[in-house]
Design a binder for this molecule. Structure first.
Ligand code: SF4
Length: 100
């Protein structure tokens, strides 16, 4: 039987397999990074899916989620993530001529 540890440890969405990184178009040839919950848990009050800025993903924590599926040790993962996350919502350029 699988026991929930939600009462002992905060859940970080960034450490869940359902937390996905997606590009959001930001004008011709550029994009920004967003994260989405592929389990459909992030919704606006209108019912529309809510995406969050990638640079804020380490802050996204909740007390409990029945769909949480951890990818590894949360403390180590969040520590490494915080060290590599961009500080602001950066705009990336799509490299020209890079087709596969
Ligand atoms: S399934 Fe739950 S824990 Fe996982 S990313 Fe979605 S809201 Fe966060």
């Amino acid at each position: 039987m699988k026991k929930s540890t939600a009462t002992q440890t905060k859940i970080y969405c960034a450490n869940c397999v359902h937390c996905k990184l997606v590009p959001k178009p930001a004008g011709e040839g550029s994009y920004m990074l967003r994260v989405r919950c592929s389990a459909g848990k992030w919704k606006k009050s209108s019912g529309e899916e809510k995406l969050y800025k990638y640079c804020t993903v380490a802050q996204r924590s909740i007390e409990y989620c029945e769909a949480y599926d951890p990818m590894g040790d949360v403390n180590e993962f969040i520590h490494d993530l915080q060290a590599t996350l961009p500080a602001v919502d950066e705009i990336y350029q799509i490299a020209k001529g890079e087709h596969q």
